[in-house]
Design a binder for this molecule. Structure first.
Ligand SMILES: [Mn+2]
Length: 421
């Protein structure tokens, strides 16, 4: 990731004006309960420009008239930390992984002094101190203060002359275009997801509850070296599958039902996001097959239209119209508008460091983007929910389905489940 992180820092600085000061925080694990904390996961924008995944670190980049300065501030090891939590990343490790020279890496207690020097008119190493502070001002909810504003509170108080801008939009733009290294990570994440789904197909006949299949998946991807689930696994059998974000997974499995699995492995911090729908007993009923084939044909036809220049609006309209046409043909609906009872989400989203990745949805597709294509049909009255989701890379020539090795044809699934044991 060193080359990659170095290049993303350069790309980001190239987009910003002279006088820009970027501060990105690695964040920390949120509190869970009493003395327990959630496991740390890197702030994706911090990871993107550093390749580092340790908490509390701070990246500072300042763009001057003639030169730029990049500093990284990291935690210092203490006897206590070494004995209780394990040694923190050293300066040389951080330099090796981020591409930031070791001489520009300091401990966190040096931050204030260095920052004040940077802001000093007479002595700033940049000549002129920066004028605009770029922070990641992503709002989790409109009424929740972005965490970067809290972290930067002292800076804002001491230097009210710094105007504040949001660096999030610049990073969101850059992150849409995946580099070959990022695509390799995502291929690995998808392949581990394939292995997990194959375990589920193998074990399905032996399992009595949804959560056992969730565990089968996590077991397989963990064994394969994954950093865990990219998001909470959806293992929704029967009518549970008509709830789009069903993650309870406590229900019993019934042989006559379908199970909808929406899950993904992480490779490092990169996500896969795949949905497959299987007959729990190993064989689709005629009715299940009819509905499944509709979703599958829309999945395949929509993937086939992906190429540079196509818009999200066009993809959404195409998939929805095809679902309408095919649902009418089997008598599921009469009027176009009725499709909303059976298909109530959009066709997909960008995928990358975040599962619902950052990006601009009004921009026509361009090579290097990775997106999901996930049509579905949810017929609550029949306890049937079907979604088939693949991860697709836009290429110069069209598109590559990165998850093409995860089987989805009816006969392939039935044959796999039949011969699995
Ligand atoms: Mn998805």
């Amino acid at each position: 990731m060193r080359e990659h992180a170095t290049q993303t820092r350069q790309k980001l600085l190239a987009r910003l004006p002279v006088g820009a000061l970027v501060i990105l925080y690695a964040g920390e694990a949120p509190h869970k309960s009493l003395d327990q904390y959630y496991r740390y996961t890197p702030q994706r924008n911090f990871y993107y420009v550093t390749g580092l995944d340790a908490p509390h670190q701070i990246l500072v980049m300042a763009k001057g008239e003639e030169k730029t300065h990049t500093w990284l501030f990291i935690e210092e090891n203490t006897d206590y930390i070494i004995k209780w939590e394990g040694a923190r990343m050293t300066k040389s490790e951080a330099a090796e992984r981020s591409g930031i020279p070791e001489t520009d890496i300091h401990y966190l207690d040096a931050f204030e002094k260095r920052f004040n020097l940077l802001m000093n008119y007479a002595r700033s190493p940049l000549g002129n101190p920066p004028s605009t502070l770029y922070l990641d001002l992503y709002h989790v909810r409109p009424d929740v203060t972005p965490v970067a504003l809290n972290y930067a509170e002292a800076i804002r108080k001491n230097y009210p002359e710094l105007s504040i801008e949001n660096v999030n939009a610049h990073l969101a733009y850059l992150r849409m275009f995946k580099t070959p290294l990022e695509i390799e990570y995502m291929r690995d994440a998808i392949d581990m997801t394939r292995q997990g789904l194959e375990t589920i197909m193998r074990q399905c006949a032996l399992r009595t509850h949804e959560y056992q299949l969730e565990a089968d998946f996590l077991h397989t991807i963990t064994e394969a070296g994954s950093d865990g689930n990219a998001f909470d696994t959806i293992a929704a059998s029967g009518g549970n599958a008509t709830v789009l974000h069903y993650v309870n997974n406590r229900d019993t499995l019934s042989k006559d039902d379908l199970i909808l699995l929406d899950l993904g492995a992480l490779k490092g911090p990169y996500a896969a996001d795949i949905s497959r729908t299987y007959p729990i007993g190993g064989t689709f009923t005629d009715r299940q097959k009819t509905l499944y084939e509709i979703v599958l044909s829309v999945n395949k036809a929509t993937i086939a239209m992906i190429k540079p220049g196509v818009t999200w609006e066009a993809i959404n309209a195409y998939a929805r119209n095809l679902l309408i046409e095919k649902s009418k043909a089997i008598g599921l609906i009469k009027e176009d508008s009725e499709i909303s009872q059976y298909y109530y989400h959009s066709i997909g989203h960008f995928l990358g460091l975040d599962v619902h990745d950052v990006g601009l949805y009004d921009l026509p597709l361009q090579a290097g983007m990775v997106l999901t294509i996930e049509p579905g049909l949810y017929v609550a009255a029949e306890n049937i929910g079907i979604r088939i989701e693949d991860d697709v890379l836009v290429t110069e020539a069209g598109a590559e389905n990165l998850s093409r090795d995860i089987i989805k044809e009816v006969d392939e699934i039935e044959s796999f489940m039949k011969h699995a044991r």
